[in-house]
Design a binder for this molecule. Structure first.
Ligand code: EPU
Length: 436
């Protein structure tokens, strides 16, 4: 087995230059299962090279789809021969978004058997709303030995009202309803850009989905979905992460291949903190303009400030002047990274869903661990801005959702490399951090 690797960052260099943003993780993990609904082969472009995509393609392939990589980021997928409706635990457990195979398989075959998503470092993330949607469409759902068993004698459109605003259940309801008989109306739907992207992808195949991006989505079921060639939207959160990294390192970075409209809430917070931002048609320039200042933020569903940017912005606020406050309004537990940032000199107190950050102006390199994807991104930003060397372990979390982060950062001038973790471990690393 390949030894585990860590990122080693020698911080303190301003990031400068231009970085191309990849396709959106949270869109592509729904678009790939959605291909199961197509009655002809489909081509998807701008597919990011991340681990969640590798796992999604592996699941499709195990189900019986034929996948051809046409060029970097472009895949032709023929799912018409799929016969199997079961996604077993050993594949599904690798990626929470494997729950999109429930909606896609149910929509195509009227049945699905997919492993129940496992525990999650972001706290309790139930799927009751996903199952509520399937049941409303006429399916029976039960959990049997860790598998969610969904069966129906033909799905029928209905009105689905979500008790909470949920991205995953909104996507799954769309997937299940697109070929159901009659009309489905989803109320209190999530409005994230990736919901709109899934609807646009399915509409490009001949689906009839209206209102995606608002809180009411209307779907008229169709019988046949034809071939399409479709490009995934740029990743809003990857873009936001590089924006914060540019500001934290007192740099000047232009992000290309972005949709500035998707970045509005992030840009607004950056400007409040004192970061310079210029917007163009499909690019955004972010530059350090003046000393950073405190702010208060509450994360909310789109179009609010995204929970997936909360750890990164916290790392930035550690470098700002004054006391900032962050209220987590979406996830159950999203402050586990705070202990790791404290190892780098951050002064953050957490009480339930609120974090109070005393800006210290500086951070110092330390050995740390990524506990989830965005926590990992926050540690990368902290390491880039810190004085000395930061070692980040458990980088597989980061590689789940960021395409070639090391290469992109190096091209912007960061001193970063990946190296195997020395099996003799802790002592060596703590010695190094003292040197750093
Ligand atoms: N919820 C329920 N019941 C459900 C579904 C959700 O109570 O059946 C609750 C959750 O517990 C949570 C809230 O509703 O408190 C929102 O959850 P949502 O369903 O919106 O989250 P998700 O679909 O599981 C997606 C992203 C996450 C992102 C959240 C919030 C994907 C694959 N994942 O998760 O992305 O944090 O929306 O925007 O799209 C990430 O990219 O790092 C990440 C974790």
């Amino acid at each position: 087995m390949k030894p585990a690797e860590q990122f080693v960052i020698n911080g303190g260099r301003p990031l400068r230059g231009s970085v191309a943003i990849s396709g959106a993780k949270n869109a592509v993990v729904a678009l790939l299962p959605a291909v199961i609904l197509a009655d002809e082969p489909c081509t998807i472009e701008n597919v990011p090279d991340i681990r969640d995509v590798t796992i999604s393609l592996q699941i499709l392939s195990e189900l019986g789809a034929i996948i051809v990589k046409r060029s970097e980021g472009t895949y032709e997928i023929d799912a018409t021969q799929i016969k199997d409706c079961c996604v077993p635990y050993d594949l599904a457990r690798k990626m929470r978004a494997s729950y999109y195979f429930m909606g896609a398989l149910l929509g195509r075959f009227g049945q699905a058997r997919v492993s129940m998503p496992g525990g999650c470092p972001l706290g309790d993330r139930p799927i009751d709303q996903h199952l509520k949607a399937f049941r409303k469409l006429g399916a029976a759902c039960r959990v049997d030995r860790g598998m969610v068993d969904i069966t129906s004698a033909g799905l029928k459109g209905d009105r689905i009202f979500f008790d909470v605003v949920t991205v995953g259940a909104t996507m799954n309801a769309i997937l299940a309803a697109v070929k159901a008989e009659g009309t489905t109306i989803i109320e209190n739907a999530a409005k994230e850009p990736h919901i709109v992207d899934l609807a646009s992808f399915l509409n490009s195949m001949g689906a009839d989905i209206r209102g995606a991006g608002t809180d009411t989505i209307k779907i008229r079921g169709v019988q046949y979905l034809r071939s399409t060639s479709y490009s995934v939207i740029p990743d809003q959160i990857e873009a936001g992460t590089y924006m914060v990294a540019a500001a934290a390192t007192k740099g000047d970075v232009t992000l290309t291949n972005v949709i500035p409209k998707h970045l509005e809430s992030i840009i607004s917070v950056m400007e409040k903190i004192g970061v310079g931002v210029e917007q163009f048609d499909d690019s955004v320039r972010v530059y350090y303009d003046k000393p950073l200042v405190k702010t208060s933020i509450k994360t909310r569903p789109h179009p609010g400030f995204p929970t997936d940017m909360q750890p990164q912005i916290s790392a930035l606020l550690c470098l700002a002047d004054g006391t900032s406050m962050i209220m987590e309004g979406v996830s159950e537990q999203r402050f586990q990274y705070v202990d790791e940032l404290r190892r780098m000199g951050a002064d953050i107190q957490v009480d339930g869903k609120v974090a109070v950050i005393e800006g210290t102006g500086t951070l110092s390199g330390a050995p740390v661990k990524a506990c989830d994807l965005r926590a990992g991104a926050a540690l990368m930003i902290a390491g880039l801005a810190a004085t000395g060397i930061t070692y980040i372990e458990d980088i597989y979390h980061i590689e789940r959702g960021y395409a070639d982060m090391e290469g992109k950062l190096r091209a912007l001038g960061a001193d970063i490399h990946k190296e195997p973790i020395d099996p003799s471990g802790d002592e060596v690393r703590s010695n190094r951090s003292i040197c750093g």
